[in-house]
Design a protein around this ligand. Structure first.
Ligand code: PAF
Length: 279
């Protein structure tokens, strides 16, 4: 595996590979890799000649400075996993390399970016659009892989791709879970043992709400999820919305969409966990 730290080198290398007619799969990450990331890499490995994985904790998408400061950084372990996963190029730039000047671009992401994470974390999705558009422009991938845990992020990235006219396939990949159901996340390592023991209640509640939804309204289902998760110690639901899986707009009746998805954010202590479920 080749480790590249500069934009110029990445551009040069990927251009050379494209000229040889090779397909390139890009897996953008912020490091602290776990089995969820490795499933994206395995999929990219299967579907492309060349796999590029980026490891970059993107400061412009953090609206909370403490979250940026405490975000786990584990470069050595990440490189080992990327190598084991069969990655050809690990792109690990510094902040100065990606942002030699502040990125002042504002993306007109529209309604998909205004609700849920967009409402709770102002500027977050614009920061995601900034870094992902830069990575796409540098790498010019054939396909790019994103986990469905960040369900709304995929819709936002699709919108950015449409705005910028990138020609590539966005490949959404299913959520990976611990045996007890907890969605894998780099933030899970920050849970205390007591919080870690409770955290699977999020996924369990979402799963049981699918049955509940069969004979309850959207509002009743939302209430059921929020009240059940909040009844556990350490847990504080920030939001639970049931949305159309494409537009991300909250629905009022089940008949409004063929693809209802419930998206939740919960503070477990001070660790912000997200998850989602299809109805
Ligand atoms: O999902 C993430 O880890 C990040 O938002 C991404 C897509 C790597 C951009 O920094």
């Amino acid at each position: 595996m080749e480790i590249i730290r500069t934009v110029a080198e990445l551009e040069q290398k990927t251009e050379q590979l494209r000229r040889q007619g090779l397909s390139i799969g890009l897996v953008p990450t912020m490091g602290a890799l776990h089995a969820g990331h490795m499933s994206l890499i395995a999929r990219a490995r299967k579907e492309n000649d060349i796999v590029v994985a980026s490891v970059f904790v993107n400061p412009t998408q953090f609206n909370n400075p403490d979250d940026l400061k405490t975000y786990p950084r584990t470069e050595k372990a990440d490189c080992k996993l990327l190598e084991e996963g069969g990655v050809d190029i690990a792109f690990i730039p510094s902040v100065e390399e990606i942002y030699p000047e502040p990125d002042t671009r504002v993306f007109e992401l529209g309604p998909v970016a205004e609700v849920m994470e967009g409402a709770m974390r102002p500027g977050h999705f614009n920061g995601v659009a900034q870094i992902v558009s830069k990575l796409f422009a540098m790498t010019v991938p054939t396909r790019a892989y994103f986990g469905e845990k960040d369900f709304q992020q995929i819709a936002v990235i699709r919108k950015m791709v449409e705005l910028e006219g990138f020609d590539l396939e966005i490949v959404p990949c299913p959520i990976c879970r611990e045996e007890d159901g907890l969605a894998l996340s780099s933030r899970n390592v920050r849970l205390t043992p007591a919080q870690r023991a409770i955290a699977p209640a999020i996924a369990k509640t979402l799963a049981s709400s699918v049955d509940w939804a069969k004979d309850h309204t959207v509002d009743q289902t939302k209430r059921f999820v929020i009240d059940t998760v909040n009844s556990f110690p350490h847990m504080n639901v920030e939001y639970y919305e049931i949305v159309d899986g494409k537009t991300m707009q909250p629905i009022k009746n089940w008949e409004e969409t063929k693809e209802p998805v419930g998206c939740i954010t919960v503070f477990c202590g001070d660790v912000r966990l997200i998850d989602n479920i299809r109805y």
